[in-house]
Design a protein around this ligand. Structure first.
Ligand SMILES: Cc1cc2nc3c(=O)[nH]c(=O)nc-3n(C[C@H](O)[C@H](O)[C@H](O)COP(=O)(O)O)c2cc1C
Length: 185
């Protein structure tokens, strides 16, 4: 079906090589706004977005995370050292999405916001890629737990981080989508 929004969703892709170009504040605000308009459990909107736009900020994040990769990240890319990928794929911006666990369905809602932001980024000529390495457990040790306060509001849990910027290429051939994932009754 011909539709600009659907077309945007179907051409969105996860970029892993970014241009060395800053992202305009106005675009970042529009992307965050799209996140805030996501569906959320009981409309609690229990999310928080931490936006890192400077090299110093990214270095602070690298310095703040656990010295060892989280348990679920043992499948490091071959030859990669922790923290990986330390250059954030060259992206100028990192957005950390956290949630208030006291809210209903907080993790699902955070993902809804992430998806909205990724689609919004694509619509604005940008691209975003989630990075599970900087998600969930990166502040899990006692020493790094104290660092968490710099990035995440008190009582919130980090769920997903994503990198964002202008992609080196504007389109890629999307991998085929899995078939037979529907049940119709
Ligand atoms: C929850 C989640 C975690 C992801 N984590 C990573 C990651 O750590 N590193 C990465 O390069 N891509 C990551 N991705 C991107 C996926 O690999 C990507 O969405 C998938 O290959 C499909 O490609 P597309 O988004 O370009 O269509 C993640 C995606 C999601 C939804």
């Amino acid at each position: 079906m011909e539709n600009a929004v659907l077309q945007n969703m179907m051409t969105r892709f996860c970029c892993r090589k970014f241009k060395n170009a800053a992202v305009e504040r106005e675009k970042l605000e529009a992307i965050l706004e799209a996140g805030k308009y996501a569906a959320s459990g009981h409309n609690a909107q229990g999310w928080h977005f931490t936006v890192i736009t400077t090299e110093e900020g990214k270095q602070e994040l690298l310095d703040a995370v656990c010295p060892e990769p989280p348990e679920f990240q043992k499948l490091a890319p071959k030859g990669a050292t922790w923290p990986f990928p330390a250059d954030f794929f060259g992206a100028p911006v990192v957005i950390m999405i956290s949630y208030d666990p006291k809210c209903p369905w907080p993790d699902c809602s955070a993902y809804m916001a992430a998806a909205n932001m990724m689609n919004a980024a694509h619509a604005l000529g940008l691209s975003a890629c989630p990075l599970t390495v900087y998600s969930k457990d990166v502040f899990k040790t006692e020493e790094t737990a104290v660092n968490k306060a710099k990035f995440i509001p008190e009582g919130y849990q980090l769920y997903l981080s994503m990198v964002l910027g202008y992609p080196e290429v504007l389109t890629i051939a999307k991998s085929p989508r899995r078939a037979n994932v529907e049940t119709w009754l």
